[in-house]
Design a binder for this molecule. Sequence first.
Ligand SMILES: *Cc1c(COP(=O)(O)O)cnc(C)c1O
Length: 452
Amino acid sequence: MSEPLRYLLSDDEMPTAWYNLVPDLPAPPPPALHPGTLEPAGPDDFAPLFPMDLIMQEVTGDRFVDIPGEVIDIYRLWRATPLHRARRLERALGTPARIYYKYEGTSPAGSHKPNTAVPQAYYNAKAGITKLTTETGAGQWGTALAFACQMFGIECEVWQVRASYDQKPYRRAMMEAFGATVHPSPSDVTEYGRKLLEQDPSNPGSLGIAISEAVAVAAQDPEIRYALGSVLNHVLMHQTIIGEEALLQMAKAGDTPDLIVGCTGGGSNFGGLTFPFLREKLAGKMSPTILAVEPAACPSLTRGTYAYDFGDTAGMTPLMKMHTLGHDFIPDPIHAGGLRYHGMSPLVSHVYELGLIEAEAIQQSDCFAAGVQFARTEGIVPAPEPTHALAATIAEALRCKESGEEKAILTALCGHGMLDMAAYDRYFAGDIVDHDYPEAKVADALTRLPQV
Ligand SMILES: *Cc1c(COP(=O)(O)O)cnc(C)c1O
């Protein structure tokens, strides 16, 4: 008998509800605050930006929320995604550890992002919204939202961080193939963008700036809303489809994870994979260590301050309590564009404060080395973001080799890197620079945290 390499689920076995971790936590997360009054933000404060169904999901106390049939019908284009056992990588490492990876690269965008883009487009279309605006860093979120809007017949307008717009023309073309309009950010479309371009015509942009532009356009038109690809509670909840499937697939493999590892930019693929397992852990049914891995150049969890801050650079969003490097901190241009965000999901920040997860920061050259080793053994070129999780996975597997421990490790391979080959090209040319933690820049940005 050959050894199984993948664990699949049939359509009938696919989970039909998303999971909300909040009611299972020992303490509730601190509420978002209105930026003017500093009072807890109510549903009306979010209404200019999001449709009511999503606002209610943001604050719900229900443990499970049913996935609408219209959303399941689109999920089924690529879900359930496979859970792989990385046997060839295990053999190459000579480790007794068993390594599993949940592969989200089979989606239309090539990452986990459509898991939330599809329900977000669905609830907006249902509310009569005709256009969604958003930002994109590496291009993954813009691609996912462009696809999702197309599925429900609404328009999509994307502000792509200028550095990425210039470096990744194929991401822009892919968004356009899915029918979106794409601007480089800062752009001359918004007042804030024009102001920044006046100060510096070569401003490379940042996720925070692009969010400010997309929010500004949505806030001024009642038929336009904004969509965020990470960070918020409802986004993490939509992503739990990953972990709910993985729980069923690990059971098929007859195994239980001892360690679960994910990369964290805003925290959505990490929360999506790990929160259903954290539920099982809190219920005493398993006891995995849960590890978040972030880039050394943008280490919000391991080095950031836990404080109320804005989600965007211009300071227009409600205040969220999160691990932050300061809302106007601009990270060095590492290749994992999806991990270049100044803050961390309030929910991931909260579970970190509660001591329920661990975190670690890794330099990008170590990540690319892990990505190449993974590609050469497993046959999938990973996106630069999940190479952070792979580097930590491989390091742990090598520790198991030393100690002889037979751990089961589960990791999120949240996207493939086929539109990130320019970054690999730089790596092979020896041009990858590691950026140290920018202590002074962060200290400066933190002086401008809102006073709460
Ligand atoms: C967007 C993105 C990330 C970072 O976002 P999270 O919300 O932290 O998951 C990581 N990996 C990939 C492939 C992405 O597209």
